[in-house]
Design a protein. Structure first.
Length: 259
């Protein structure tokens, strides 16, 4: 390695080390904000395929029924529980339509350890999906006020082998955004910037969550599937999300069960 390259490498490592030490020192003194979501005291379980055990006693207060959908809670995967910090809070339900189609809602809420929230694309890659397209779009909301919810829409592809050995192509739509006690964004980088800015300027660590809606369809059915997802988002989000729009909201008390 050339001398100039060694110099650049040394400077980068010094900055990384200094930043890590600074953040660790700061972490000891910060306060944790309230979440931007409603919480409820219900158990969440994880399974490794053999045994099942309780991982936390709080969850996101996702509605059991929305529109014509019935829902059922989903377990946290063992891999996810093993990877994420122990103070992570989860919300997970599958919403089933009468025709057999389904849409999953998955929420990860950080605690004092900010590493609970990672770039959501990792979830798809880890399940073998190939991301073909990523686009920033909006979903029109009507409650509690009219606003456009910014979301990141990922379109992915994967092939499955059926019982007869035939390879079938499928498409997945993965729609996500982030929410804190005061803000909404669909950009991972913007969330990181706001979290650092708030921590440095106020000494408060914003308790961010990422919300994801996931559905699978056949190639060519992406648009009608996304239309159904938007309807579910519009109807379900006001039931559990406390921030009423993309602008900066005032701090609020901790979320509780709906009356």
């Amino acid at each position: 390695m050339k001398r100039q390259q060694w110099l650049v490498f040394s400077v980068v490592m010094l900055l990384v080390g200094s930043s890590g030490a600074f953040l660790n020192k700061l972490q000891a003194s910060y306060r944790l904000s309230q979440p931007g979501l409603k919480l409820v005291g219900e158990p969440v379980y994880v399974s490794d395929g053999v045994a099942e055990w309780l991982v936390c006693t709080n969850t996101i207060d996702l509605p059991a029924r929305v529109l014509d959908y019935r829902s059922e809670p989903l377990e946290v995967t063992f891999e996810e529980w093993d990877y994420l910090p122990i103070d992570t809070t989860y919300g997970r339900r599958r919403y089933k339509a009468k025709n057999g189609s389904w849409i999953d809602i998955s929420i990860v809420l950080m605690g004092r350890d900010r590493t609970s929230i990672h770039k959501p694309e990792i979830c798809l890659y880890g399940q073998g999906w190939k991301v073909d397209q990523s686009e920033l779009v909006t979903v029109p909301m009507t409650r509690p006020a009219s606003y456009d919810l910014p979301v990141m829409k990922l379109t992915a592809s994967k092939s499955f082998t059926d019982a007869n050995g035939k390879i079938e192509p499928y498409r997945a739509l993965f729609v996500y955004w982030f929410v804190s006690d005061r803000r909404l964004t669909a950009r991972h980088g913007e969330r990181m910037w706001w979290m650092a800015k708030d921590l440095l300027s106020t000494g408060v660590l914003s308790r961010w969550a990422y919300i994801a809606y996931f559905a699978v369809c056949r190639p060519g059915e992406e648009e009608p599937t996304f239309a159904l997802m938007k309807k579910l988002i519009t109807a379900s989000v006001p039931e559990f999300q406390l921030v009423p729009g993309p602008g900066e909201a005032s701090p609020h008390p901790e979320g509780t069960r709906r009356p």
